[in-house]
Design a protein around this ligand. Structure first.
Ligand code: OSB
Ligand code: MG
Length: 371
């Protein structure tokens, strides 16, 4: 693939609104961008989805900065790659650090698709021209406010609403929403806030007719989720617990999950994400693409992945304008009537906006093969 130079940029962008989960609130989004250049002047782009603090997973922007510069870039520059599917094998001597690996692998995938002159979606085997998307709404100050936020996003065109819940607030949140919106496609994400001791409480959520409940129990659990699923009518969807095809297989075989949220960063890249997709398709397990409040580069990768056939359920990949005053790609990601068009230009299909990238960049590091 003639990889010559790798640039890592550290970024900081302020979100339009703070995002609150059962862990806390995020206002500034810190992340890394990876740019990989070949000998013909092409660039492939990747985005790390690690946050500045380790509340979603153990990875952070700082651990990714370290892993990428000190381990992953040297491995990549030393290799003679012909296809991005080789990257996960190259990185396999490095344990975990999936978000760091995915950011680099994503840039390799974009570069590869550009070299082939084909859209990334097509390079991955995608079949859709447009993807159906939903929106994930953080915890609000009051249920009245939440109801208004949901109403606003429904008016914008989002047809599937996901809300964050936390212990003690779930019944209030979901009954208020069901009262105002009896028929919408609604789901709840607990981000690991419950335990099996809450089984009776979680059973009460069955009455709200949710599409699914996402990651109710511990972030590293697949055993207790299987026990819980037997007690619930609502399908469980695992997010945090799934880091690989092996995790997905075990969770499906145990009955811990009926649906899987695939996040490229959490599973270590597009190659692994596609393997999980293929396995789930074979087993009749629907998947959808989760989100990590990405800027445009990461968002574009999510769109390409979601074009694969077993992404049957709407994902969390909302429009750029839901998060940012100004995104770092041209054009920005636009949602219309609940759908986003899959771009047809080579690679991720959106042009990185260098002026915008420079504006939000706080640090930069580069390494080239020539030294
Ligand atoms: O659990 O899916 C999650 C955001 C940050 C961390 C974890 C999650 C989320 C979201 C928002 O739900 C998804 C998005 O809009 O990108
Ligand atoms: Mg989640």
């Amino acid at each position: 693939m003639d990889i010559r130079e790798i640039i890592v940029r550290r970024m900081k962008m302020k979100m339009k609104q703070p995002f609150t989960t059962s862990f806390g609130t995020m206002q500034d989004k810190h992340f890394l961008l990876i740019e990989i250049k070949d000998g013909s002047g092409r660039s492939g782009w990747g985005e790390s989805v690690a946050f500045d603090a380790p509340w979603y997973s153990e990875e952070t922007v700082e651990t990714n900065w370290h892993m990428i510069r000190d381990f992953l870039v040297p491995i990549l520059l030393d290799a003679d790659l012909s296809h991005p599917d080789e990257v996960s094998g190259l990185f396999s001597p490095i344990r975990k650090n999936n978000m760091a690996k995915a950011a680099v692998e994503g840039a390799v995938w974009d570069l590869y698709a550009k070299q082939q002159g084909m859209p990334l979606a097509k390079a991955l085997g995608g079949t859709r021209q447009q993807i159906e998307v939903g929106i994930s709404i953080g915890i609000q100050q009051s249920v009245e406010e939440l109801t208004e936020v949901v109403r606003h996003h429904l008016q914008e065109g989002y047809k599937r609403i996901k809300v964050k819940i936390k212990p003690g607030k779930e019944i209030e949140i979901l009954s208020a929403l069901r009262q105002s919106f009896p028929d919408i496609a609604l789901m709840a994400d607990a981000n690991s806030a419950y335990t099996l001791a809450d089984t009776a409480l979680l059973q009460r959520l069955d009455e709200f007719n949710l599409m699914m409940i996402e990651q109710p129990l511990a972030s590293d659990d697949i055993i207790d989720h299987a026990i819980l699923q037997k007690e619930l009518k609502t399908p469980i969807c695992l997010d945090e617990s799934i880091h690989s095809l092996e995790d997905a297989r075990k969770a499906v075989e145990l009955g811990s999950t009926k649906i899987i949220n695939i996040k490229i960063g959490r599973v270590g890249g597009l190659t692994e994400a596609r393997k999980i997709h293929d396995y789930c398709m074979e087993k009749g397990i629907p998947v959808w693409c989760g989100g990590m409040l990405e800027a445009g580069i990461g968002r574009a990768h999510n769109i390409a992945l979601t074009s694969l056939p077993n992404f049957i359920l709407p994902g969390d990949t909302a429009a750029s304008s839901r998060y940012w005053e100004k995104d770092i790609i041209q054009p920005e990601v636009v949602m219309e009537d609940g759908y986003i068009n899959v771009p047809e230009d080579p690679g991720i299909g959106y042009e990185p906006d260098i002026a915008s990238i420079d504006r939000f960049m706080t640090d930069r590091w580069s390494f080239s093969k020539e030294g």
